[in-house]
Design a protein around this ligand. Structure first.
Ligand SMILES: [Zn+2]
Ligand SMILES: [Zn+2]
Length: 136
């Protein structure tokens, strides 16, 4: 939590209890929840917090690079407190999003650079498949 406190101070942003609660919730899960899921999960503890507040808190956290926004298509976004580069895999049946470690972004960036005239700055890697539950 030291991290978020110093980052917010540095950016002169107010670390409201709502923003902290959203961040803490994301830190506690590897599920890549949507804003609606975060909103529902925080309801018991923060009954007055609206879905709009959750969206605003997420927007701020993404802006300061504490949280990663993952576009899963059709206007749906999932959120991840792991803001370091990593690939994701999504189940096409149940929509679950999982981290995929050990994919070398730098090697892929180099390949892309070698095959284009661009200087590659970043990339987003998304795989699709069937999770173990849905593949039964
Ligand atoms: Zn599944
Ligand atoms: Zn992730």
């Amino acid at each position: 939590m030291e991290n978020i406190t110093s980052i917010f101070k540095e950016k002169k942003l107010k670390l409201t209890p709502q923003r902290l609660a959203v961040y803490k919730y994301l830190m506690s899960t590897h599920d890549h929840p949507s804003a609606e899921i975060i909103y529902k999960a925080l309801q018991p503890e923060y009954p007055t917090m609206s879905l709009a507040t959750v969206y605003k808190a997420l927007k701020t956290l993404v802006e300061v690079n504490l949280v990663q926004e993952i576009n899963v298509g059709e206007g749906n976004f999932r959120y991840d407190a792991n803001s370091t580069e990593h690939a994701h895999i999504q189940c096409i049946n149940c929509g679950k999003v999982t981290d995929l470690e050990n994919i070398s972004f730098s090697a892929l960036n180099k390949t892309a650079e070698e095959n284009s005239e661009y200087k590659i700055l970043s990339n987003k890697i998304f795989f699709y498949g069937l999770c173990t539950d849905c593949n039964k």
